[in-house]
Design a binder for this molecule. Structure first.
Ligand code: DLZ
Length: 225
C-alpha cells in the first residue's frame, strides 16, 4: 500500500540545464554523508550534470543560513564575471574585424584581448537554480537544540525569500541518533545492509522541481499556460 506520508511519487523534471549547490554541516557526519549522497543521486538521475553540482561544507547547522546566502552570492559573481569576460572578448574580436579583418596583431588589439584563461571552467556558470541545505540536529539535554533548530529554520526561509532562490530544507531535527539513521536510509547499518528511506533523495528531486519551476515562473509561465 502506498504510504500516506511524503510528497507522493516524484514529479519528473529535466534538470540538465540546472546548476545546484548542496551546502551541508559536518556534525553527525555518518548521516550527513548518506543524506548528501542521496540528494546527489537523485540530482544526477534527474539529468543534472555532475559538474553542475557544487558541494560546500560548514562545521555545524547553525552556520547553514549564512553559508547558503554567501554561496548563492558567490555564484552570482561568477555568473556576472563570466558574462563580462565574454563581452570583452567579443568586443576585442569586433575591433579586430574593424582593423581589416586580417590576422593582424596590433598593439591595440593585443591590449584589448583578454588573457586566455588557463583552463576553461567546467560546467554552467550561471547563479545556482536551487540550493539544498543539509544538517542533522540531535536534541541534547539543554535548550541548545531548540535555539539552533528555530534559528536555522527561520534563517533558511529568510534566505530563500530574500534572494528568490529555492532553498531546500534538508535539516533533520531529531530526538536521537536512531531517528536520524532511519531518515538517512541507514536503519540496518552503513554498509550493504543499509535500508530505509533516504530523505536526501527527496531533497534532490525537490531541488530540481523548484529549479525548473522557478525558471518558468521567472518567464511568466505558470502551470497550464
Ligand atoms: C554545538 C552543536 C551541538 C551541541 N549539536 C549539533 C548538532 O547536533 N548538529 C549540528 O549540525 N551542529 C551542532 N552543534 C554545532 C552548531 O551547529 C555550531 O556549529 C556551533 O555552535 C558553532 O556556531
Amino acid at each position: 500500500m502506498a504510504s500516506l506520508k511524503g510528497p507522493g511519487a516524484a514529479q519528473k523534471h529535466d534538470g540538465s540545464g540546472l546548476r545546484i549547490a548542496i551546502v551541508h554541516a559536518r556534525w553527525n557526519s555518518t548521516m550527513i554523508d548518506a543524506l548528501v549522497s542521496g540528494a546527489k543521486k537523485t540530482l544526477l538521475a534527474s539529468g543534472v550534470k555532475e559538474e553542475n553540482i557544487v558541494l560546500e561544507s560548514v562545521p555545524g547547522s547553525y552556520e547553514l543560513p549564512l553559508a547558503v546566502q554567501r554561496v548563492y552570492a558567490a555564484s552570482q559573481i561568477q555568473s556576472a564575471t563570466s558574462t563580462v569576460a565574454g563581452g570583452v572578448g567579443s568586443l576585442a574580436s569586433g575591433i579586430g574585424d574593424l582593423l581589416g579583418g586580417s590576422n593582424s596583431t596590433t598593439d591595440l588589439q593585443g591590449s584589448l584581448q583578454p588573457a586566455a584563461p588557463k583552463e576553461e571552467p567546467k560546467g554552467l556558470r550561471h547563479a545556482f537554480d536551487a540550493i539544498i541545505a543539509v544538517g542533522v540536529l540531535i536534541k541534547g539535554e539543554s535548550m541548545h537544540f531548540e535555539y539552533i533548530a528555530d534559528a536555522v529554520s527561520h534563517g533558511l526561509m529568510k534566505v530563500q525569500l530574500d534572494t528568490g532562490v529555492p532553498v531546500i530544507f534538508g535539516l533533520l531535527t531529531i530526538l536521537n541518533e536512531g531517528q536520524g539513521l532511519a531518515r538517512a536510509g541507514l536503519e540496518g547499518g552503513t554498509g550493504k545492509e543499509a535500508n530505509g528511506h533516504n530523505h536526501g533523495e527527496d531533497w534532490g528531486y525537490a531541488a530540481v522541481e523548484l529549479g525548473v519551476k522557478r525558471k518558468a515562473w521567472s518567464e511568466g509561465k505558470v502551470a497550464g499556460s
